[in-house]
Design a protein around this ligand. Sequence first.
Ligand code: G
Ligand code: G
Ligand code: MN
Ligand code: NA
Length: 254
Amino acid sequence: LVIERELKSAITKQEMVLYYQPITDLKSGQLSAMEALIRWNHPELGLVPPDRFIPVSEETGQIVSIGRWVLHTACTQNKAWQDQGYPPIKICVNISTIQLQQLNFVQTVKAILEETGLNAKWLELEVTESILLVDTDLLKCSLQSLKELGVSMSIDDFGTGYTSLSYLRQFSFDRVKIDRSFVEDISTDLNGKAITASIISLAHQLNMTVVAEGIEDIAQLTFLQCQQCDEGQGYYFGRPLPAELHDLNTRFKK
Ligand code: G
Ligand code: G
Ligand code: MN
Ligand code: NA
């Protein structure tokens, strides 16, 4: 496969780039986090989206080195923003189930935090519900160690998998990210309203905060604010962009 072969040299050739999408506190309107989203800038294929190469890299195991590069680059960027004097925010990094299953994953995160000088409280790891299908002893142990390290954990694309919120609670996740398909439905049908309102309410009762993904218009935003949703992400607030293309003075209201 072309993708698999080309992926081998993608990092050394510096073809991978991170885009950053703002996450906004829905009460204050302040920037609260940025999510790092990988893109592959291939000389012939152009800008390859993650859906085209992340699944392949998971099958070949290449995700482990790609994921380490993502974590290191994202933590370095967040530390640089802090060093430039911007108010501290969290950096949210997508972690593949394959990465979290590596026995040395916690050690890798710890080493990256030390190397980059980023305080663990400014790092959040996003995993999907599929993580809950893996060996639970190792998972519980890793999540516990990450928590002790001071890193926070969120469940991405919530509602698209098979898990219930009460199950998530056992693993002490800090946050739930409501999948954008439900947010999209807020404007188009009543079920979208019922589903997002229920997720928010239950998550709060279980002491988790909620981020709504894929907010594109003011009607969705207003509904989510009325439901006490904590944070929001989506084109309404801003698209994913390379760090240098963000107008940070406006974003951070420096
Ligand atoms: O940015 P975009 O909408 O194209 O992302 C598509 C999917 O790729 C999303 O589900 C996102 O979680 C995933 N993704 C983006 N960046 C990363 C990454 O650095 N690591 C992993 N494992 N997945 C990522
Ligand atoms: O699965 P994950 O949440 O990590 O994926 C995030 C992806 O969703 C990003 O890659 C981004 O391109 C996409 N995205 C972010 N905001 C919006 C939005 O408002 N609308 C749509 N359609 N996609 C979005
Ligand atoms: Mn995500
Ligand atoms: Na998502």
